[in-house]
Design a binder for this molecule. Structure first.
Ligand code: ZN
Length: 319
């Protein structure tokens, strides 16, 4: 068996693990639960145990390195996790610790950045040198590749696109600020927009939908918009407009060839994407928008382990 790379994507609930060849093809993949007990003390041991079990029952001999995507703020140069609130790590030397156990080179990046590297290598990014990626889910995640390199910043906070201020008087955000992009454009933000409209227009179709079902989800809002509900169409329109506005400003800094959109909300389909596209064109410099293509992420849950493998190649100078 030829040389392989281990790609790991640590999440708050599960950790995804993959064995990949140097071309980025997945040889095998699986996932294990992430135990957040005792501030995530056993996570590394659990993952390595699971990998060892797999390696011992296979013919695989030559693993050249391990790439890891971890949540929270990461120093990509050293593999230090400054803070990963949802799994309990703080000032944790993840790369050094993992490497001391496995005796292999270990490299760590933020999980959102890892997914961007994966999409750019094997997915819709098409190996762009300059790219902005957005993940629209419960929150709004992001990552930026500029001049061929993922941006990390001085303390691991570069590319936190969801926390761009789009309304200084807006809703409080989980980060402690007000009016961040994700207070409007995440699934949570989209539902909040709907609840606001229901309160303002208690006799609307949307309000009666809510009264009947007792709940309204982002998916409901996209479905209703698709069926012509004017309130939901307006919500989708506003969400796209705010996203296009934020992206246009970012794109003026990066001048990207690709704008990549992924995450659950991106599955909402053409309505949202065409709103984002037209807002982007409206707010961006023409020279910026005319070279930038909007694309939908393709790799889904595999983006992380593929990007983690790419990170190893890049850091070992194999790419
Ligand atoms: Zn925020």
């Amino acid at each position: 068996m030829n040389d392989l790379i281990i790609g790991i994507d640590i999440g708050g609930t599960t950790s995804k693990i993959g064995l990949l060849d140097l071309q980025g093809a997945i040889v095998c993949k699986w996932e294990i639960p992430t135990s957040t007990a005792n501030n995530g003390d056993s996570i590394v041991q659990d993952i390595w145990q699971s990998i060892s079990d797999t390696l011992s029952t296979s013919q695989i001999k030559a693993v050249i390195g391990i790439g890891i995507g971890a949540p929270g703020f990461i120093d990509g140069a050293t593999g230090l996790v400054y803070e990963a609130v949802n799994i309990g790590w703080k000032d944790f030397q993840l790369a050094a610790y993992f490497s001391s156990i496995v005796n292999l080179p270990v490299f760590v990046e933020n999980d959102a950045n890892i997914a961007v590297l994966g999409e750019n290598w094997k997915g819709a990014g098409n190996q762009s040198e300059n790219l902005i990626a957005l993940t629209l889910g419960t929150g709004v995640g992001g990552g930026i590749i500029a001049n061929g390199t993922i941006l990390n910043g001085v303390n691991g906070t570069a590319g936190e696109i969801g926390h761009i201020t789009v309304n200084p008087e807006g809703y409080p955000c989980n980060c402690g600020k007000k009016g961040c992009l994700e207070t409007i454009a995440s699934a949570t933000g989209i539902v909040r927009q709907a609840m606001e409209r229901i309160k303002q227009e208690p006799t609307s179709h949307l309000a009666s939908f809510y009264q009947q079902s007792g709940v309204v989800t982002a998916k409901d809002i996209f479905d209703l918009a698709h069926n012509g509900d004017p309130d939901c169409k307006a919500i989708v329109e506003r969400t796209g407009d705010v996203l296009g506005f934020a992206i246009a400003n970012l794109a003026t800094v990066i001048n990207p060839s690709t704008l990549l959109i992924g995450g659950g909300v991106s599955k909402a389909g053409d309505q949202l994407l065409s709103s984002i596209n037209s807002a982007f064109t409206k707010y961006a410099l023409p020279r910026v928008s005319e070279v930038c293509k909007l694309k939908i992420a393709q790799l889904g849950n595999d983006a992380g382990i593929i990007g983690a493998a790419f990170l190893v190649k890049e850091k070992l100078g194999l790419s």
